[in-house]
Ligand binder design. Structure first.
Ligand code: RFL
Ligand code: PHB
Length: 389
C-alpha cells in the first residue's frame, strides 16, 4: 500500500491532521492501536481555545461544536474562602469553548468516515522505517498479518506512550521532564454544574476544579496523593472532599450524584526536542505533556497540527520545504509557552508536600496580586484563551 502521509495514532491530533489534509486533497492513512470504542471511552480535555475552534472550522467539523459547545467568557479563581473572576472577554476580546475531547474525537471520526478516510484500528507492532531517508515506510500487524505502507511523510500522533518519539535516535533527542508530587482524581457525573463557569480552587486541603461538559454533565477534580487508588474513593468521600475545598457558598449549592467515571491522572511536564527527524514529525502528547491546570494539552496538540499541516501543504503544493524545515522550531516556541503557563498555574494553585510557610505566603501574595492587578489578570487571560499561532 502507498499513501502520502502515514499518521500513527487516531486520537485528536492524528484525526485532525488527517481531516485537514483531506480538505487539501492530500491522502493519509491513520493507524490506531485501540478500537474506536476504546478511544471514545477516554474522558479527557474539556476546554478549547479559539485557535482550535478555528482549526475545526477549517476542517469542516464545527457544526455540533457550534450548537452544543458552551462559550465561557471567564473563570472563577478561589483561594481559601476568597474568590474572584478573571474576565477573558474583557481582557482579551476572546472566550474559550467548553466541548469535550470525546465529542471532538467523535466528530472527527464521523468526518473521516463520511469521506472514506482510511483508518485502521487495533494495529500492533507499528514500526517506522527509513524516516531519515526520502522514502520512509511503516510496518504493522493486524490480526496476525504484517502490512507495509510506503509514504512521503510520517506523523507521530501516538500520544505519550506511543512508539514514534523513540524512533528518533537517543543521541538526537533531548528530553525535559518535571514530575509533580500529586495527581488529579476526576469524576464525571450526570448532575448540573455548580456554576456556569469553571472554578479553580486552592484550599488548605489541596486543589479542586469544577468543570463541565454540558448543562447536565459535570466534571470535577481534586488534587490527591499519587499513592491513592481511584477504586478506594467512594462517591460520598469524593463529594465531601470537594465541598471542603471550594468556596462555602458553592459547596452549599453543589448537586451531587453517582459518578459515571472516576480516575486518577498523574501530573507531568515533559518536552522532547526536536519534534522533527527527517520525514518523521511528532505532534501533540507524543512530543509534550503539560499538567492539566490551564487546559493546554489538547490545545497545544492542535497548534502542532496547524504548523505541520501548513508545512505539508507548502511541500505538496509547491515542493517548498520552508514549512517542514521550520516545523519543530515553530511548534516548540508555542509549546514552551504553554508549558510555562501550565507549570506556573499548577505551582500557584496546588499544595506541595514540602511547602514551607514562606512558600505559602508567596502563593498567597501572588493570588492577591492576581485579584488586584488588571495587568496580572490580563496575562492569565491571554494565556488561557490561547496565544496566537
Ligand atoms: P492521545 O489523545 O493520547 O492520542 C494518541 C493515540 O495514539 C494511539 N496510540 C497508538 N496508535 C498506533 N500505534 C501505537 N504504537 C500507538 N500508541 C498509542 C492511542 O491509542 C491514542 O488513541 O494524543 P493526542 O492526539 O496528541 O491528544 C492529546 C490530548 O489527548 C491531551 O493533550 C489532552 O487530553 C490533555 N488534557 C487536556 N487538554 C486540554 O487542552 N484541555 C483540557 O481541559 C485537558 N484536560 C487532559 C485534561 C488530560 C487529562 N488526562 C487524562 C491526562 C484532563 C485530563 C484528566
Ligand atoms: C476538564 O473539564 O476536564 C478540564 C477543564 C479545565 C482544566 C482541566 C480539565 O484546566
Amino acid at each position: 500500500m502507498r499513501t502520502q502521509v502515514v499518521i500513527i495514532g487516531g486520537g485528536p491530533s492524528g484525526l485532525l491532521l488527517s481531516q485537514l489534509l483531506h480538505t487539501r486533497g492530500i491522502e493519509s492513512v491513520v493507524l490506531e492501536k485501540r478500537s474506536k470504542a476504546y478511544v471514545l471511552g477516554r474522558i479527557r480535555a474539556g476546554v478549547l481555545e479559539r485557535g482550535f475552534v478555528d482549526l475545526l472550522t477549517q476542517a469542516g467539523v464545527d457544526q455540533r461544536l457550534r450548537s452544543e459547545g458552551l462559550r465561557h467568557d471567564g473563570t472563577l479563581l478561589s483561594y481559601d474562602d476568597d474568590s474572584f473572576r478573571i474576565d477573558f472577554k474583557r481582557h482579551t476580546g476572546h472566550s474559550v469553548t467548553v466541548y469535550g475531547q470525546t465529542e471532538v474525537t467523535r466528530d472527527l471520526y464521523a468526518a473521516r468516515e463520511a469521506s472514506d478516510g482510511k483508518l485502521i484500528f487495533e494495529v500492533d507492532n507499528v514500526k517506522i522505517h527509513d524516516a531519515d531517508r526520502n522514502s520512509p515506510f511503516v510496518t504493522f500487524d493486524q490480526n496476525g498479518t504484517e502490512s507495509r505502507i510506503d509514504c512521503d511523510f510520517v506523523a507521530g500522533c501516538d500520544g505519550f506512550h506511543g512508539i514514534s518519539r523513540n524512533t528518533i535516535p537517543a543521541d538526537v533527542r533531548r528530553e525535559y521532564e518535571k514530575i509533580y508530587p500529586f495527581g488529579w482524581l476526576g469524576i464525571l457525573s450526570e448532575t448540573p454544574p455548580v456554576d456556569h463557569e469553571l472554578i479553580y480552587s486552592s484550599s488548605k486541603r489541596g486543589f479542586a476544579l469544577c468543570s463541565m461538559r454540558n448543562p447536565m454533565l459535570s466534571r470535577y477534580y481534586i488534587q490527591c496523593p499519587l499513592t491513592d487508588n481511584a477504586a478506594n474513593w467512594t462517591d460520598d468521600a469524593f463529594w465531601a472532599e470537594l465541598k471542603r475545598r471550594i468556596p462555602t457558598q458553592r459547596a452549599e449549592t453543589l448537586v451531587t450524584g453517582p459518578s459515571i467515571e472516576k480516575s486518577i491522572a498523574p501530573l507531568r511536564s515533559f518536552v522532547t526536542e526536536p519534534m522533527r527527524w527527517g520525514r518523521l514529525f511528532l505532534c501533540g502528547d507524543a512530543a509534550h505533556i503539560v499538567p492539566p491546570t490551564g487546559a493546554k494539552g489538547l490545545n497545544t496538540a492542535a497548534s502542532d497540527v496547524h504548523y505541520l499541516f501548513e508545512g505539508l501543504c507548502q511541500w505538496f503544493d509547491a515542493g517548498d520545504t520552508e514549512g517542514i524545515d521550520r516545523y519543530s522550531e515553530r511548534a516548540l516556541s508555542r509549546v514552551w509557552k504553554a508549558e510555562r503557563f501550565s507549570w506556573w498555574f499548577t505551582s500557584l494553585m496546588h499544595r506541595f508536600p514540602d511547602q514551607g510557610d514562606f512558600d505559602l505566603r508567596m502563593q498567597h501574595a501572588e493570588i492577591e496580586l492576581l485579584r488586584d492587578s488588571e495587568t496580572a489578570q490580563k496575562a492569565l487571560a491571554e494565556n488561557y484563551v490561547g496565544l496566537p499561532y
